[in-house]
Design a protein around this ligand. Structure first.
Ligand SMILES: C[S@@+](CC[C@H](N)C(=O)[O-])C[C@H]1O[C@@H](n2cnc3c(N)ncnc32)[C@H](O)[C@@H]1O
Length: 254
């Protein structure tokens, strides 16, 4: 399937433009748009390396582990394909300190083989330490979600939490996730919500901030079907901060 030039991401910038929209208003025939340069991968890696020691504590304070676990339970409970395979293959893109993968271990009552990618070596080191004791069979490596170091059609589930919003061109990463997921496999994303707390995150980290509807559009434009937003429970702060959506790669690509 060739996606080139056929998909319209509402918030995407032209490809030579590395900016993220912060504000957009239409007033009659006027269109006001304020954009900010996204942090480059090397800048993000440096910032997350610095944030790594306190990252899990911040997530705990926001109620994120609990929210991830309930999210994954809800999202995956009617997904027999994940339970049928002898061992489901899962990819966590921008795994950070491993919170989403650890939550999956609690939410999915079958063993799974995990691969994780992140640009920050210090976040990866924390994730390794965290997942070591969980019994998850995992292999984590440094890499960019925009050029995933995996063959196509491998994973039953690819998930990413709060990574796509960092990218001026999130579609590149979504197409990569689409590529590596098996036909019929799932892609689950969590993104920073268009909310006051989301505005704080946007200001601090130069991220996108999206509605559920925009997130669904991103996933549909990436070629996914059965796209839907998922309710977030647990973690009152996290609910203010996030949207979560899931979609399926079609069994047959036209
Ligand atoms: C907000 S943290 C989220 C971490 C984890 N997913 C979680 O939910 O706790 C974003 C993570 O994405 C990683 N990251 C940012 N840009 C990336 C990229 N282009 N490729 C891979 N990882 C990236 C950062 O290093 C960081 O660990």
């Amino acid at each position: 399937m060739n996606h080139a030039h056929t998909l319209a991401f509402p918030a995407a910038a032209p490809h030579d433009d590395n900016t993220i929209p912060v504000f957009a208003r239409r007033l009659g025939s006027w269109q006001f748009t304020l954009r900010r340069r996204a942090l480059r991968p090397d800048e993000l890696a440096a910032r997350y390396d610095q944030a790594a020691p306190g990252w899990s504590r911040t997530l705990d304070r926001l109620g994120v582990p609990n929210a991830y676990e309930t999210l994954l339970r809800t999202a995956l409970k009617d997904e027999p394909s994940l339970y049928r395979a002898p061992q489901a293959r899962v990819l966590d893109c921008g795994i950070g300190t491993g919170a989403l993968s650890a939550a999956l271990a609690d939410a999915l009552p079958v063993p799974f083989a995990l691969k994780g990618v992140d640009i920050s070596t210090r976040m990866l080191a924390r994730a390794r330490a965290r997942l070591y004791g969980t019994g998850i069979q995992s292999s984590l490596q440094q890499g960019d979600i925009q050029a995933l170091p995996f063959d196509s059609n491998q994973f039953d589930l690819a998930m990413t939490a709060h990574v796509l919003e960092h990218l001026a061109h999130p579609e590149t990463a979504l197409w990569e996730m689409f590529r590596v997921v098996k036909p019929g496999g799932l892609i689950l994303v969590c993104l920073t919500r268009r909310s006051p707390l989301g505005a704080y995150v946007q200001l601090k980290w130069r991220t996108h901030r999206v509605t559920g509807h925009e997130t669904e559009t991103w996933l549909r434009d990436a070629g996914l079907e059965n796209v839907r937003c998922l309710p977030l429970r647990g973690g009152v702060w996290y609910r203010q901060l996030s949207v979560a959506c899931i979609g399926r790669k079609p069994e047959t690509l036209i």
